[in-house]
Design a binder for this molecule. Structure first.
Ligand SMILES: [Zn+2]
Length: 332
């Protein structure tokens, strides 16, 4: 049993309270590799931003949960070494799908877990979330729950269609489950193909897809029902078209990849939305840099030669999100 406090990590409670009051959102970046971790920490330290480093089931399968936990501990120490006296770093389980996986993470140094019971019937979602909350709170670990279903594909999580969160359920759900934050569905979506071309319109000038707007009316109704309660948006990558174009220009094939426009995320950050999940944008930034580097330097075979620009490109993207979209800079 390792408590996250021994690792120098923090839970989300204070962080979310300040973010809701201050009208900004905390970045929640997924990580699987050392380069992603380094880029996240460098970006958070340089912008003086709190940060949530999150681990999906797929990340645990890819990199091993124990290694990822030590990497999070390493992230805290690295942040201090880079000059941040009191880093605020959360190690969060993304999309935990059972009590057992949440317990395992809580017992192994995670400071926050998500229990995703969104595919279950309403009462079962409450019961499962409540069970996780009761265990997590014994160790001062915070719990994110989900109500409503997002479309899209992310690691093992997938759904063909989305079901918007019903504002009339949020008070009952959060009160009875005891969750600390709530992920809602208002039109964001997992993955790099958030919308089909049929759901979008096309910009006549660029030929690029323009996605449908988020359901801000539902968000505002939820805020009215649960004043000040921390709200989470999943599937909130913007799928930067310059990265998609670079990937396609250097041998990739990502036709019509489309994300959530940043101005909508900027608007959401000012509301009770206090955690915004970004995964695909990091994947795209890494892949674009690697494809470009290898195409331009066909003789290179040392991974450091192409992972260095990949890390730089991810860091640039993380800083852009923190400063230009979420507004979490200078909050430490
Ligand atoms: Zn998600």
């Amino acid at each position: 049993m390792v408590n996250y406090k021994e690792l120098g990590l923090v839970n989300t409670r204070e962080m979310f309270k300040k973010a809701v009051a201050g009208g900004y959102a905390i970045p929640a970046f997924n990580f699987n590799t050392m380069e992603q971790m380094q880029a996240i920490v460098q970006a958070a330290v340089e912008t003086k931003s709190p940060v949530i480093m999150q681990v999906s089931k797929g990340a645990r399968n890819y990199a091993n949960g124990t290694i990822l936990r030590y990497m999070a501990q390493g992230a805290v120490e690295y942040a201090k070494e880079l000059g941040c006296e009191k880093p605020e770093i959360v190690l969060h389980l993304d999309h935990g799908d059972s009590f057992e996986i949440c317990k395992e993470c809580i017992d192994n140094g995670f400071s926050s877990v998500m229990i995703d019971g969104s595919s279950l019937p309403y009462e079962e979602n409450i019961a499962l979330t409540k069970k996780v909350v009761e265990y997590a709170h014994k160790f001062d670990v915070t719990v994110e729950a989900e109500l409503g279903v997002l479309a899209g594909v992310e690691d093992e999580v997938s759904s063909a269609v989305s079901h918007y969160t019903k504002p009339e359920e949020v008070v009952d759900f959060s009160t009875r489950s005891g969750c600390d934050s709530l992920a809602i569905s208002i039109g964001t979506s997992h993955g790099a193909y958030k919308f089909t071309p049929e759901q979008c319109t096309r910009d006549p000038k660029t030929g690029k897809l323009v996605p449908p707007p988020l359901a801000f009316d539902i968000l505002h109704e939820i805020e009215k029902q649960l004043p000040g309660f921390p709200i989470v948006l999943h599937g909130s990558s913007s799928v930067p078209q310059d990265e998609v174009d670079t990937i396609n220009a250097f041998g990739g094939k990502l036709p019509d990849a489309v994300g959530i426009p940043e101005e909508q995320l900027r608007e959401a950050s000012k509301s009770a939305v206090c955690k915004i999940n970004i995964d695909s944008d990091s994947r795209l930034a890494m892949t674009a840099a690697i494809r470009k580097h290898l195409a331009e330097n066909p003789s290179h075979f040392d991974p450091r030669q192409y992972l260095k620009p990949a890390r730089e490109n991810m860091k640039k993207m993380y800083i852009h999100k923190i400063v230009e979209v979420l507004g979490s800079d200078n909050k430490l």
